[in-house]
Ligand binder design. Structure first.
Ligand SMILES: Nc1ncnc2c1ncn2[C@@H]1O[C@H](COP(=O)(O)OP(=O)(O)OP(=O)(O)O)[C@@H](O)[C@H]1O
Length: 571
């Protein structure tokens, strides 16, 4: 679990923590750019000294120096790339776990925002930072130095370079202006299309069974087409500018050569300077060219940065709370109002009740009464909009999740098992304590069934399907809920997939929990599970309709039923 402090600007802080790496890259860029002068200087010397003096020794000497310089430059470039890759890894180590937990929390808070996009956004940022595109930003500051050198050759050369740079910068600015919006829109359409495809994949069996694929595919395809259209538009425009910049750069290099030739004819410049000037101009303009060509990547990284920043700002990393003592299982609801994430209407409206340690509470009520909402709220999965849910007097939101986790058990309606072995799933992906795993499995009445699996407790199961039936998954989910020594257990329709035998096993598990003084909330309508509960809570429209000892509530329900049937007969 992360324990870093709460800052809205985690992304910025992580980038500034990588500052040292960037400074090192800048330092290496300095020498690399100095060494870039090797080629023009070599040409200058070869043309002006070697050729005119016809000296082979000088040629060999100069060539040896030149080869050495290029070897040094190659090594420096290699080191610079390695540093950048490490800066990227450092950024990843600062942010990947933070991003993972923020993405996770966002998924819990808002089911419509469940997506692994933040991780790919972090990847995009890291890749851009370690890619060639970034060198444009490091090499650009050298442009004035190259131009200054051209002024040394001839003032006209200098002015020509300034003119060429201004023209190329103008192209770069036009490129940015005309592609930015389209690229951002294309990027966001692509994210939407991918999220849609992912969510469809999760429900592939339903789609297949009812032949829903064409309709659903069409929906995805429309999104995809919209992305493609916007990307095509942006790429077309970017293509114009990147080609224009490439052609202009080559043309400027030839033009400056022509200009040099003119000065050579009029004895204002040496032939060496003419050639070296052309190369220098190429070097000076290269970063602008690179900038235009990598602008797409820069834009993607910028969109990813914006999205990730939004997520990290919305979900600040939580400060570690003070550790609270192990709960004993007293649960109190104080005027609890819960609004499901993404909804505006409360699903629980002012619930007040208290449950003593070891009490078993059966939760009943019609559909949409708020039973599952209460299950989620009891464990602090969904926050209360008003009031509080207290476990042993402390607001459930005030516990550190990793500290409360081992003391609670939860079996949701949609049983979610994860990729891993049966024992890892039961042990909640912590350290597998075989004794405890077997104990939980036996308690859930699933030990024998697990032994029948091909690899027993080591059988690998998948998150969505795999070697298990619905009932088996539910019973393993129950074993997971009972793993360790939970003090509060919430079971939301734990028998929905169970046969008679499974139900009996569950009833037995509940009896054991009763003996162990574990507080249990069980959502169910099945008499076999409600037979031994201490209290019954009847919910309707998000409110308590009845709450009290099981027999009293049952009696009231029977009376109501009787009154209704009398009314019916009278009508
Ligand atoms: N994820 C959600 N987003 C928005 N509203 C929700 C969400 N989950 C539940 N609700 C709303 O909250 C209310 C209570 O739903 P809940 O699932 O708690 O009922 P329930 O009693 O468990 O129903 P059932 O027996 O059918 O499972 C419903 O009106 C439902 O529309």
């Amino acid at each position: 679990m992360q324990s870093s402090s709460t800052t809205a600007d985690d992304l910025k802080s992580a980038l500034s923590a990588s500052r040292r790496g960037f400074v090192a890259v800048g330092f290496f860029s300095l020498f690399i750019n100095l060494l870039m002068l090797t080629a023009p200087l070599y040409m200058l010397q070869v043309y002006d000294r070697v050729v005119s003096a016809r000296s082979t020794e000088t040629l060999i000497f100069l060539t040896a120096i030149m080869v050495f310089m290029f070897a040094v430059m190659g090594s420096l470039e290699w080191i610079r790339s390695r540093i950048l890759v490490r800066v990227g890894n450092q950024l990843d180590s600062y942010l990947s776990r933070r991003t993972y937990s923020a993405m996770f929390e966002m998924g819990v808070k808002n089911a419509t925002q469940r997506s692994a996009q933040p991780l790919s956004d972090l990847n995009t940022i890291r890749q851009f930072m370690t890619g060639n595109g970034l060198f444009a930003f490091f090499d650009a500051p050298w442009m004035p130095i190259y131009i200054a050198l051209l002024f040394v050759f001839h003032a006209a050369y200098g002015w020509f370079a300034i003119g060429a740079a201004i023209i190329l910068f103008t192209v770069a600015v036009f490129n940015e202006r005309s592609t930015r919006k389209q690229m951002q829109e294309a990027n966001s359409e692509n994210v939407k299309a991918q999220n849609l495809a992912n969510s469809n994949l999760r429900n592939s069996e339903v789609l297949h069974a009812m032949g829903m694929l064409p309709g659903i595919q069409q929906r995805w395809y429309e999104r995809h087409l919209s992305f493609l259209k916007k990307q095509t538009l942006a790429s077309d425009r970017a293509g114009i500018f990147s080609n224009m910049s490439k052609v202009l750069r080559m043309m400027f290099q030839s033009l400056i050569l022509g200009l040099g030739a003119y000065f050579v004819i009029h004895n204002e410049m040496s032939p060496g300077m003419m050639i070296a000037g052309s190369i220098l101009l190429g070097r000076a303009l290269a970063p602008v060219d690179l900038l235009i060509n990598t602008w797409g990547g820069f834009n993607n990284a910028r969109s990813s940065y914006k999205r990730l920043n939004e997520l990290l700002t919305q979900i600040p990393s939580s400060l570690r709370k003070m550790s609270l003592p192990t709960p004993q299982g007293n649960v109190a609801l104080e005027t609890v109002v819960v609004v499901p994430p993404g909804s505006k209407t409360p699903a629980l409206r002012g619930l007040n009740l208290e449950v003593s340690p070891g009490d078993h509470v059966g939760i009943i009520g019609p559909s949409a009464a708020g039973k599952s909402t209460l299950s989620r709220a009891l464990l602090g999965i969904w926050p209360t909009a008003n009031g509080a849910i207290r476990i042993d007097g402390a607001d459930v939101q005030h516990y550190n999740r990793d500290e409360l986790g081992p003391h609670v058990g939860y079996l949701p309606q949609d049983i979610e098992l994860f990729d891993g072995s049966v024992s890892e799933n039961i042990a909640r992906f912590g350290e597998v304590d075989s004794e405890q795993v077997v104990r939980a499995a036996k308690k859930a009445g699933v030990h024998e069934m697990i032994l029948q699996l091909p690899e027993g407790y080591d059988t690998v199961i998948g998150s969505t399907s795999g070697a298990l039936s619905g009932g088996q998954r539910q019973r393993i989910g129950l074993a997971r809920a009972l793993y360790g020594h939970p003090k509060v257990v919430v079971l939301d329709e734990p028998n929905s997939n169970l046969d008679d035998q499974g139900e009996q096993a569950l009833a037995l598990a509940l009896k054991q929990l009763h003996d162990e003084q574990v507080t249990v909330f069980v959502v169910s309508h099945r008499p076999v599970l409600l037979r031994n509960v201490d209290k019954l809570l009847m919910l309707k429209d998000g409110q308590v309709q009845m709450f009290g000892p099981r027999d009293d509530v049952m009696k009231q329900l029977a009376q109501q039923q009787q009154a209704k049937s009398v009314q019916h007969q009278g009508a």
